[in-house]
Write a protein that binds this ligand. Structure first.
Ligand SMILES: C[S@@+](CC[C@H](N)C(=O)[O-])C[C@H]1O[C@@H](n2cnc3c(N)ncnc32)[C@H](O)[C@@H]1O
Length: 227
């Protein structure tokens, strides 16, 4: 039986990703979940509870890419729509977030979509568990709207370097947040080959307009610095 975590005011919406449609259940309002004690501890905010435009853009990207069989790591997955698409496309995703409850919703939504069991792991970018490294390296590392605070660039670049193989690719969807530039710079400095694409998202609700950047990093011809 599929069960969603209780004690939330839930909404269910149908999300279209190219020709796929998912029924996603999540808390009605992330804002109402803000816990001041949590925030005082490590500035943790419950952004996982929303489905962000970058997550939709990244999910749409995975529909057409050749990822069948690939080991995919999603960082800051929240409701994990990209991981659900990866699962639907025959990849082997591991959805991670520092909020275990986000991962409980992700697993329940994947099961409700008939995708079976979505593999998840609680991961804080600043102190990732050994289990994550034991399960790597990954073929593809993905993240949507994960570089929105100053501290994130160093945390993510360090972690990505530790779970990547020489052949790994990285795909980050970013609603053009200023702090994402530092992540791009850090990965380029480590030797990743870099390309940027633009995607338009009709449903984008915020004031920055419909453009989402897709930052893609791949193995450079000369190899990367070993972390
Ligand atoms: C803006 S939300 C994006 C969620 C989802 N990727 C999407 O696009 O719908 C940022 C996500 O990063 C997660 N996050 C933030 N800091 C983190 C950290 N230090 N370790 C792991 N996850 C983190 C949040 O819990 C949240 O799920």
């Amino acid at each position: 039986m599929i069960s969603f975590p209780q004690d939330f005011d839930l909404v269910t919406e149908t999300v279209h990703v190219a020709e796929l449609a998912f029924t996603i259940t999540h808390p009605r309002s992330a804002e109402e979940l803000i816990d001041e004690t949590e925030y005082a501890d490590d500035q943790r905010l419950p952004y996982w509870a929303d489905l962000w435009p970058s997550g939709r853009a990244l999910a749409a990207e995975l529909v057409w890419r050749d990822i069948a069989g690939a080991r995919v790591l999603e960082l800051g997955a929240g409701l994990s729509l990209p991981s659900m698409v990866a699962l639907a496309r025959g990849a082997r995703p591991l959805a991670t977030d520092w909020y275990p409850v986000a991962l409980a919703f992700a697993r329940a939504n994947a099961a409700a979509a008939g995708l079976g069991e979505l593999d998840t792991l609680e991961v804080d970018w600043s102190c990732a568990p050994n289990e994550l490294f034991a399960r790597g390296p990954f073929d593809l590392i993905i993240g949507a709207d994960v570089a929105y605070e100053r501290r994130h660039a160093a945390q993510l670049a360090g972690l990505i370097g530790r779970v990547a193989a020489p052949s790994t690719s990285v795909l980050i969807a970013d609603p053009r947040r200023p702090d994402a530039n530092a992540l791009v710079d850090a990965l380029v400095e480590s030797g990743w080959e870099y390309r940027r694409y633009e995607r338009r998202i009709a449903q984008r609700p915020d004031e920055q307009g419909p453009v989402i950047y897709l930052h893609e990093f791949g193995p450079a011809a000369g190899g990367r610095a070993v972390p």
